[in-house]
Design a protein around this ligand. Structure first.
Ligand SMILES: Cc1cc2nc3c(=O)[nH]c(=O)nc-3n(C[C@H](O)[C@H](O)[C@H](O)COP(=O)(O)OP(=O)(O)OC[C@H]3O[C@@H](n4cnc5c(N)ncnc54)[C@H](O)[C@@H]3O)c2cc1C
Length: 597
């Protein structure tokens, strides 16, 4: 059979997590990577600011400080065993990337350069610490290119532009995946001993988002339909600085280099909300502060945006007021040329999309949907766990943004996602390869493509008059308004009703183009179905959680409630209905405290 393939390990997704997993799995097992995009077009390539590791190249720093900051940033919902594991592995992981040839920016004496980022602090003084290792503002691009080259060198088998649409589970273990070859429209069976999902996020649920068009949550939706629960889906991060109306990201690195947020009165308002770290508070804190400023009429011209100011005179003024120093102890002073060298792409984006030159003008920004803290539940080895007792499903793995380890808890710190990809991608790859050495292939069902075919036949034979893009826009708008930075029961009920209505309407979508070759219309309808199901799970998980924690801020329950809610949500998709369960948070050293920045 031409459309039948067999590998020990199949990796779904060719972003940072997928490539790292493939690189490690391929050292001992036959490995294939399936990706709906050409690998180097994965969203990892857009990551700007940096990857976090306590190298201490600029100033004193320790993996333990990184651990504590991540626990605190997670609003104590992160699992502390996994967080400690990640932060201690970080140093080695970054040096490993360096040895693979990643061209990091450098200090004057040739070491990997580092800069401050939100929520990363010196645990003694509480001040921001330089922990983000970066390659200008193209860190993700460099990671992706470096890992892709390493995978090619290691003879990983790539199936580019293959869209995975189903996972096969036999006898309670992973047996392979079903994929559509986009160039021909043909379905292929990939029989595998181990399957690793690394499909990225689902930020396309929201209207204003920094996420690529491809972030449609395929991985979580696929495994959920096969009985795997999703964890902590109510926690989605809104990044403070998206370009007004477009959502395109302006990295936190801008504030790391000294940029500040300014309201209509010309005030640096973060001083009020986070007196110690100010503009470098964690993202949930900054996004909420921006909403409050705008609600109280201090958006620019009364509108729904604020200014991000990185003009050298502003940076130098506030650096002097904050007493910021260079590593040699001299006052922190920057020039326009230095900012250009450190943030070239940002300067370019602002010129292209805003017509604004950030070295001489301020940039209009608003919070933008950015990162999925929730996803497919795993332990720290990337093994998927399927219930309240963390029972492992043999042969199934997940890593990267589609997974929930959980190291980010209720709110992720900047630079910790790229770190998550390389640490947990590596371990998922190692574990999957090891498992495949001792396991047999599961027997495939008589008709392995049946479930996937049913889904696509329903789309192709649909004969209503609904338009998919209208349904998509209605979802994005209600989710941004009602399940966004601030939430209420009333608003979320409205969103839930709407999303359910839209799921029904999607069944009556206008019959799509019947072609087979690169039929993106059919694929986009299927992806919209994924987004709608994940939107429903997100809203139901969020309605149930009657507290505010990290990225989940409820106006009707404004306080964190550790007595009742220091636990992870699990959501099962039961024949179109969502069922919720809960499991405890792993707490090792750090007892929950109030977060003060
Ligand atoms: C603009 C932007 C800037 C960011 N900056 C930073 C930063 O500076 N530091 C940081 O730590 N984090 C940053 N993040 C977050 C971080 O970049 C992402 O969380 C991370 O790159 C996700 O990597 P991944 O490997 O999980 O997924 P991706 O890199 O998105 O890869 C997903 C892969 O899955 C494939 N795929 C998806 N669905 C299917 C399917 N059905 N079938 C086959 N293949 C499929 C895609 O083709 C792709 O190859 C940023 C995010 C954005 C959006």
């Amino acid at each position: 059979m031409n459309n039948y393939h067999q590998f020990d390990v199949v990796v779904v997704g060719a972003g940072g997590a997928g490539l790292m997993a493939a690189l490690y799995a391929s050292k001992t097992a036959s490995t294939a990577v399936l990706s709906k995009l050409y690998p180097t077009r994965s969203h990892t390539g857009t990551a700007q600011g940096g990857v976090g590791a306590a190298l201490g190249n600029i100033e004193e720093d320790h993996p333990e400080w990184h651990t504590f900051d991540t626990v605190k940033g997670s609003d104590y919902l992160g699992d502390q065993d996994a967080i400690e594991f990640m932060c201690y592995e970080a140093v080695q992981a970054v040096y490993e990337l360096e040895h693979y040839g990643l061209p990091f920016s450098r200090t004057a004496d040739g070491r990997i350069a580092q800069r401050p980022f939100g929520g990363h602090t010196n645990n003694v003084t509480g001040k921001p610490v330089s922990r983000a290792c970066y390659a200008a503002d193209r860190t993700g691009h460099m990671i992706l290119q470096t890992l892709y080259q390493q995978c090619l060198k290691n003879n990983v088998n790539f199936f580019d532009e293959y869209q995975v649409v189903d996972v096969l589970i036999e006898n309670g273990a992973a047996a392979g995946v079903i994929a559509i070859e986009l160039a021909s429209g043909e379905m292929h069976v990939f029989h595998a001993k181990a399957v690793i999902f690394a499909t990225g996020g689902h930020g396309r649920i929201w209207e204003i988002t920094s996420n690529a068009y491809s972030f449609t949550g395929d991985g979580p939706a696929i495994v959920m339909r096969r009985g795997v629960p999703l964890e902590d889906m109510e926690f989605f991060q809104f990044h403070p600085t998206g370009i007004y109306r477009l959502g395109i990201l302006i990295t936190e690195g801008v504030r790391g280099e000294g940029g500040v947020l300014i309201n209509d009165k010309g005030e640096r308002f973060m001083e009020k909300y986070a007196p110690t770290v100010k503009d470098l508070a964690s993202r949930d804190v900054v996004s909420r502060a921006m909403y409050l400023e705008m609600r109280e009429g201090r958006g620019i011209g009364g509108k729904r945006y604020l200014y991000l100011d990185m003009r050298p005179e502003t940076v130098n003024k506030y650096a002097a007021l904050d007493g910021r120093k260079r590593p040699d102890g001299s006052p922190y002073v920057v020039t326009g040329e230095e900012l250009l060298a450190k943030l070239p792409d940002i300067v370019d984006f602002a010129r292209t999309y805003l017509g604004v030159d950030p070295v001489t003008q301020m940039m209009p920004v608003q919070p933008t949907a950015h990162y999925a803290m929730g996803g497919i539940p795993t332990n720290k080895y990337g093994e998927v766990v399927i219930d309240e007792k963390n029972t492992v499903m043999p042969g199934l793995y997940a890593a990267g943004e589609c997974a929930c380890v959980s190291v980010h808890g209720a709110n992720r710190l900047g630079t910790n996602s790229l770190l998550d990809l390389i640490v947990f991608g590596k371990h998922a790859g190692l574990r999957a390869a090891e498992y495949s050495q001792g396991a047999d292939f599961q027997k495939l069902p008589a008709d392995p493509t049946e479930f996937a075919r049913q889904q696509f036949e329903a789309i192709r034979n649909s004969d209503g008059d609904e338009k998919a893009y209208v349904i998509g826009n209605e979802m994005k708008s209600v989710m941004f308004d009602e399940v966004g930075v601030f939430r209420t029961e009333q608003g979320m009920n409205l969103a839930l009703e709407k999303v359910r209505e839209l799921r029904e309407r999607l069944k009556r979508v206008r019959r799509p183009d019947p072609g087979k070759i690169f039929n993106t219309e059919v694929i986009n309808i299927w992806e919209l179905g994924n987004l709608l199901e994940l939107a429903e799970v997100t809203t139901i998980s969020a309605l149930a959680r009657t507290e505010s924690r990290g990225g989940h801020a409820r106006e009707d329950y404004p306080k964190r409630d550790d007595a009742n809610w220091l636990k992870h949500t699990l959501a099962w998709w039961d024949h179109g209905q969502v069922r919720l369960g809960y499991k405890p948070v792993v707490i090792t050293k750090y007892q929950p405290k109030e977060r003060v920045y």
